[in-house]
Ligand binder design. Structure first.
Ligand SMILES: CCN[C@H]1CN(CCOC)S(=O)(=O)c2sc(S(N)(=O)=O)cc21
Ligand SMILES: [Zn+2]
Length: 264
């Protein structure tokens, strides 16, 4: 597999050389210009049904932490979606300080981090591997994160970070944890548009559903995100491990796409 990253020669400006879809016309992330969004009154209520008795595993894949979920009881439907989608994994993107880190921006404002809950279309496809390459294959529930009061739900995930400090570190999470607790209270107000995976291979298969309400976590919790190492490449001349920061892709051209809003 081709190495890619977020800085230097293997950074986002060169992804298209090895991953041609990264130069496509419906790439993500984008800036949400709230003056240009279009209200769509036809959306049905979003249905987010997650159970909490699910075994999952937390991995440091060298680009972010990834909580893989293997419960067929975690489903998403309704809203702008025509089909039923199953939760595959969730992860986050963040920056080296609280002033940057989200992938999408709102009227040019970048948040400290961004949560992605990745789902695949089980009505249309037989496997996630098939769905990730196909139009309407993936739906990503997205919540912005800012520094504020401590988020107790996140501690269930962060408590496992010591086991995944190194790349390819994996920890099995068997506790009673429901990822729904990571979402904002208001789940009726969101923006949605058709885009892509924000990492290589950047398949143009993603429907993004982005909540308007921002979730708060403490600065200490954000610092724990940044404690994860890339560690796969050489140690800096200071001998310290390279840390996994600024793992957000820059915003991409809208190319005429319209961002729909579920609210007026
Ligand atoms: C580091 C690799 N990230 C990707 C891994 N997967 C695709 C598998 O490619 C072979 S995936 O479908 O789970 C997703 S969703 C997603 S984002 N940031 O758009 O929500 C990125 C990826
Ligand atoms: Zn992501």
């Amino acid at each position: 597999p081709v190495a890619w990253g977020y800085e230097g020669d293997i950074g986002p400006c060169n992804w298209h050389k090895y991953f041609p879809k990264a130069g496509g016309k419906r790439q993500s992330p984008i800036d949400i210009d709230t003056s240009a969004t279009q209200y769509d009154g036809s959306f049905k209520p979003l249905r987010i049904h997650y159970d909490s008795h699910m075994c999952s595993s937390l991995t440091n894949n060298g680009h972010t932490f990834c909580m893989s979920v293997n419960s067929d009881q975690c489903n998403l439907s309704g809203g702008p979606l025509e089909d039923k989608y199953r939760l595959l994994q969730f992860h986050c993107h963040w920056g080296s300080d609280d002033t940057k880190g989200s992938e999408h921006t709102v009227d040019g404002h970048q948040y400290a981090a961004e949560l992605h809950l990745v789902h695949w279309n089980t009505d249309k496809f037989k496997s996630a591997d098939e769905a990730i390459e196909k139009n309407q294959g993936i739906a990503v529930l997205t919540a912005f994160i800012k520094a504020g009061k401590e988020h107790r739900g996140w501690n269930h995930v962060l408590s496992h970070f010591k086991d995944i400090k190194k790349v390819q570190g994996t920890s099995t999470v068997n506790e009673d944890f429901n990822p729904k607790c990571l979402l904002p209270e208001n789940q009726t107000d969101y923006w949605t548009y058709e885009g892509s995976l924000t990492t290589p291979p950047c398949h143009e298969s993603v429907r993004f559903i982005i909540f308007k309400e921002v979730v708060e976590v403490s600065s200490e919790q954000l610092a724990q995100f940044r404690s994860l190492c890339v560690c796969s490449s050489r140690k800096r001349d200071t001998g310290e491990d390279e840390h996994l920061v600024d793992n957000f892709r820059p915003i991409q051209p809208l190319n005429g796409r319209v961002v729909k809003a579920s609210f007026q």
